[in-house]
Design a protein around this ligand. Structure first.
Ligand code: EPZ
Length: 430
């Protein structure tokens, strides 16, 4: 299994190209199941989760062609992928595939809308909490579907003539359930109004792509989304939005190590709350043409308290990285996780680097230390793993991060991007 070796202590300087967002690419790819025409997605990141979903979509009958990567001068590249699903070959999403990645469960929406039935295994994914599917079940039931759990699978069946538009308000904000309702309601009969919808930029990106495919959607990005069902959707060409979590991760790395980095191909407006927290911690962040410039001061990090919340609040997917930054703050900070009940796996690993963190329920108290020292570490989820990488960049000596396959799920060419900015980071394949 691959490991990543980091020798900490170098400031980061240069340009880091930001990839297309994993969490936008996944639902956009799934939307290809809604049409028999070709959906073309540009800026699709090359990540383990994306490759896994390509296999799953292939299983459902999607014909996929990937256009070679285009290298740009700043080291970035983008992939364009064409998806054509003339007919759905299989309405079952099996356990072996769905258990690897929670987002693949979302195929339930398009399969049900287009074929009137779906049999989808209950999902797996990162070990960050129980992550039930009750909101998906309730939402699709509101559209008239019959949902039944049987042998680890959900059997879903639309009423005769297809799903029926309805008013449904989520009792809790869910990104995935909002994606699924958007896709399902786009092909339902009549109008659907989703209340307490997720407002994440990735939801807006999916809605924009569906609109380009002929869907009638208003209100994406607000808590109330209205969808007027249409009888069919067509193909479209859509560019995946930049990855705000990758953006925030590298911004926090620079805030921690010091240096001057331009994050290219991203937008400051995608992560206002996180940028505000990074600024309060003492880094200078500004919007520049086609990106964000960040100047970090390394040793003068101020303590900042954060609480994770649905968008536009502080993202749970940046919580571990921010905690990494706070381990070197000059004072005490608090990080409260409200989205997932078990998303503190990085705490004991950061402690191995010398961090002083105590947990009290869903809040971590971090007492900043003047230096971290490299150590062997590992993590059991994607964002926790990358928090160890950025802490390792700021630590003295060598940090060895194992279980790198978590990083490969969500960070494209991580070692290369960091190395180009002066970090000492290498992948070791055993
Ligand atoms: C998406 O997961 C992201 N994944 C996650 O990123 C992200 O952490 C999360 O949204 C929150 O922002 C993708 O986009 C692929 P939710 P999702 O449904 O949709 C509970 C990463 O690292 N809930 O918004 O699965 C759930 O347990 C990943 O890239 C129910 O109770 O998250 C959680 O507590 C990790 N019942 C809360 O809602 C349900 O039926 C929010 O989860 C569904 C969710």
């Amino acid at each position: 299994m691959d490991r990543i070796r980091i020798v900490g202590g170098n400031a980061l300087n240069g340009i880091i190209p930001i990839s297309g967002a994993k969490n936008a690419a996944l639902p956009l790819m799934i939307a290809s199941l809604l049409t028999s025409d070709t959906l073309t997605l540009e800026n699709v990141p090359h990540l383990a989760d994306v490759e896994n979903l390509l296999r799953i979509l292939g299983n459902h009958g999607v014909d996929i062609s990937v256009n070679g990567r285009r290298e740009h001068q700043d080291g970035s590249y983008s992939r364009t992928v064409h998806f054509t699903c003339r007919t759905i070959a299989d309405t079952t999403a099996p356990y072996e595939l769905v258990s690897k990645m929670r987002a693949s469960f979302w195929v339930i929406g398009p399969l049900l809308a287009r074929c009137g039935q779906a049999r989808v295994s209950l999902p797996g994914g990162c070990a960050i909490g129980t992550r039930p599917v009750d909101l998906f079940i309730e939402g699709l039931e509101a559209l008239g579907a019959e949902m039944e759990i049987d042998g680890g699978y959900i059997n879903a069946r639309a009423p005769q003539g297809g799903l029926i538009g309805a008013r449904y308000t989520f009792p809790k904000v869910s990104v995935g359930a909002t994606h699924v309702m958007l896709m399902a309601a786009s092909l339902a009969r009549g109008t659907t109004v989703i209340g307490n919808a997720a407002r994440e930029p990735e939801v807006v990106d999916l809605a924009n792509c569906l609109i380009a495919m002929g869907a009638k959607i208003t209100g994406a990005g607000t808590s109330t989304i209205t969808i007027e069902g249409v009888t069919s959707l067509s193909g479209a060409r859509h560019r995946v939005l930049p990855d705000r979590i990758e953006t925030g991760t590298y911004a926090m790395a620079v805030a921690m190590t010091g240096g001057d980095v331009t994050l290219a191909g991203t937008e400051i407006g995608l992560l206002d709350t996180a940028i505000e927290a990074i600024r309060r911690a003492g880094a200078e962040v500004s919007a520049v043409e086609n990106g964000i410039r960040i100047i970090g001061h390394g040793d003068q990090i101020r303590p900042v308290d954060i609480v994770t919340e649905p968008y536009p609040g502080f993202p749970t997917d940046l919580q571990a990285q921010f905690m990494g930054l706070m381990t070197r703050a000059q004072g005490v900070s608090h990080v409260t996780e409200t989205i997932f009940e078990n998303r503190f796996m990085h705490v004991q690993e950061l402690a191995r680097l010398g961090a002083k963190i105590t947990l009290n329920g869903q809040t971590a108290r971090i007492e900043g230390v003047s230096r971290l020292r490299g150590a062997p570490v590992m993590a059991t989820d994607l964002r926790a793993s990358v928090s160890l990488v950025i802490a390792g960049l700021a630590a003295e000596g060598e940090t060895m991060v194992s279980r790198v396959y978590h990083l490969d799920r969500g960070f494209e060419r991580l070692e290369e991007k960091l190395t180009r900015c002066g970090a000492i980071v290498e992948r070791i394949s055993d």
